[in-house]
Write a protein that binds this ligand. Structure first.
Ligand code: SF4
Length: 515
């Protein structure tokens, strides 16, 4: 046991409270449906319900009936924003849905999506976006010159900027042509689903960083962030929306256009943590990938132990794989409260001091007297694992060997995931033994990037792994880097903007109050 060696103040990582840190969070889920004769608002509701894990801050649905576009959106979970009465009032044959991720900052109604504009030609445009742009300042400059910044609406997202630019350009050429001209100039990660009165559109950035899939209903089409959302609404999977592709669906059928050459760089972290286990990405089951990662983890970092337990839920498949490959029995040693992080009620100080127990509680009769292998999906700041190891020891574990189903996270993500700033990442400042000592584990092992890539069954060249190796596949202008490291810098960088648009889609005030 090495509890005495726990060093919480090593190398720039001062002692942290035993509160569970926020998990890495997606920046959104998107869903769209074109289906005359179907209840498109309800289909979208269930699609968003399936994608709730990708965004829990706000939800919205737009419907179009051929003559108008109506948007209903609010802060909260999908089930909190919509009820039977609201859904029954949303009529049409085209719908766009969006769920937005939750921050501890000040989420605003204005930033909820779909975001809406009226084109100069008088048609409505509703848009939902999953991703993160990296040339926001440049787009803002263009939007300002074109009078496309909505100064009254109050939205401060990069998504609203795309919507404004699209609406401005559509006045001359129509939305489809405007999108084909605008999208090649937009840099970063984006999956867009948008509609006017009669047509559903979907577009994916040339790198295909975030997933976006196309499905078929008996009487229509569906697009969604993940295949699990297709399953839930009874749609059959057709194919992925290709990187660099724009799809338009109306009564004439489905049209596919290319706005850029594809250079696939899918996010490898989707396999580790972000996507649902019942989703398939690039033909590979996320659950099967996670089990395989666990097997490889066991081969790379064996342990002498009595029991393998997961940190539920995202650590579970990898723990199963670890147990299979190592021959060490698998067991449930931690019970997770599935509703933690899904409330807007802030806990009082007394409750907050319960820390990680709000989220995870040990099964003492399972743990007592055992040498444990604990499998988790990733370590970001290390606070959660430190609290977890201590909790397991207090519950009677005699050894705690931590195994992580991803390589050390050393770099921030600029393409749609909120980890932390680089300075906050524990593996950025500490070597392996430093992290082990900081979290108080008897041993620590991360799966290698090579093993992770092999488990995904994707060619290494088609994946983004920048948060592990710092090799960013989409060039980052200075303001994007500044946005993650020096938030006040972005305000100076966006000259003349009263409501600066942060590179990750949040106003600076929101970003500053992030964990
Ligand atoms: S930096 Fe990491 S989380 Fe972000 S897109 Fe790349 S692999 Fe995914």
């Amino acid at each position: 046991m090495v509890t005495d060696q726990t060093d919480q103040s090593a190398a720039g990582h001062p002692s942290a409270p035993e509160t569970p840190e926020p998990e890495p969070r997606e920046e959104c889920g998107v869903f769209g449906v074109w289906a005359p004769g179907e209840e498109v608002a309800k289909l979208t509701y269930y699609g968003l319900y399936a994608l709730q894990h990708r965004g829990q801050e706000a939800a919205g649905i737009s419907v179009a009936d051929g003559s108008q576009v109506v948007v209903f959106k609010d802060l909260g979970l999908v089930s909190q924003v919509f009820d039977e009465q609201v859904l029954s009032s949303l009529h049409g044959h085209v719908a766009v849905g969006h769920c937005r991720y939750s921050t501890t900052g000040s989420p605003t109604w204005e930033n909820a999506q779909p975001t809406f504009r009226t084109t100069a030609a008088g048609s409505g445009l509703a848009l939902g976006h999953n991703g993160n742009l990296v040339n926001t300042a440049e787009l803002l400059e263009r939007a300002t010159a074109a009078g496309a910044v909505d100064t009254r609406g109050g939205a401060t997202t990069d998504s609203d900027l795309i919507c404004g630019l699209l609406a401005a350009a559509a006045a001359d050429t129509g939305i489809e042509q405007a999108a084909l001209e605008l999208l090649p100039t937009v840099r970063g990660a984006f999956c867009l689903v948008f509609s006017d009165e009669s047509t559903l559109y979907a577009a994916r950035d040339p790198h295909g960083v975030r997933p976006l899939v196309l499905g078929r209903l008996e009487r229509g089409w569906v697009v969604a962030s993940e295949t699990a959302a297709l399953d839930i609404v009874g749609a059959s999977f057709v194919r992925e929306v290709e990187p660099g592709e724009l799809i338009a669906i109306d009564e004439e059928g489905l049209r596919s256009s290319r706005f850029a050459n594809p250079e696939p760089k899918g996010c490898v972290f989707e396999y580790v943590y972000l996507a649902r286990p019942d989703t398939t990405i690039a033909g590979r089951s996320v659950h099967a990938t996670r089990v395989d990662i666990g097997r490889r983890l066991a081969a790379e970092h064996p342990a002498e132990a009595d029991l393998v337990i997961p940190v539920p839920e995202s650590g579970t498949p990898a723990a199963i794989g670890y147990a299979q490959a190592s021959g060490i029995p698998y067991g449930s040693g931690l019970v997770k409260n599935a509703y933690v992080g899904r409330t807007f009620i802030q806990p009082s100080q007394t409750i907050r001091q319960l820390g990680i127990r709000l989220k995870l509680n040990p099964l003492r009769e399972v743990i007592r007297g055992k040498r444990l292998v604990v499998v988790d999906d990733s370590i970001v700041r290390g606070n959660t694992q430190r609290a977890l190891v201590r909790m397991l020891r207090e519950a009677g574990a005699v050894e705690v060997h931590v195994r992580i189903a991803s390589p050390p996270v050393r770099w921030p993500c600029f393409y749609g995931i909120d980890f932390a700033s680089r300075a906050e990442l524990i593996a950025n400042g500490l070597d392996l033994d430093g992290v082990r000592r900081s979290i108080g584990a008897d041993s620590l092992g991360y799966v290698s990037l090579e093993a992770l890539v092999a488990a995904s069954e994707q060619p290494r060249t088609r994946l983004c792994s920048a948060c592990f190796d710092g090799k960013y596949p989409i060039a980052l202008p200075d303001e994007a880097r500044i946005g993650k490291h020096l938030l006040e810098g972005i305000e100076k960088g966006v000259a003349g903007s009263a409501a600066p648009v942060h590179a990750n889609g949040y106003g600076a005030a929101d970003a500053l109050s992030r964990p």
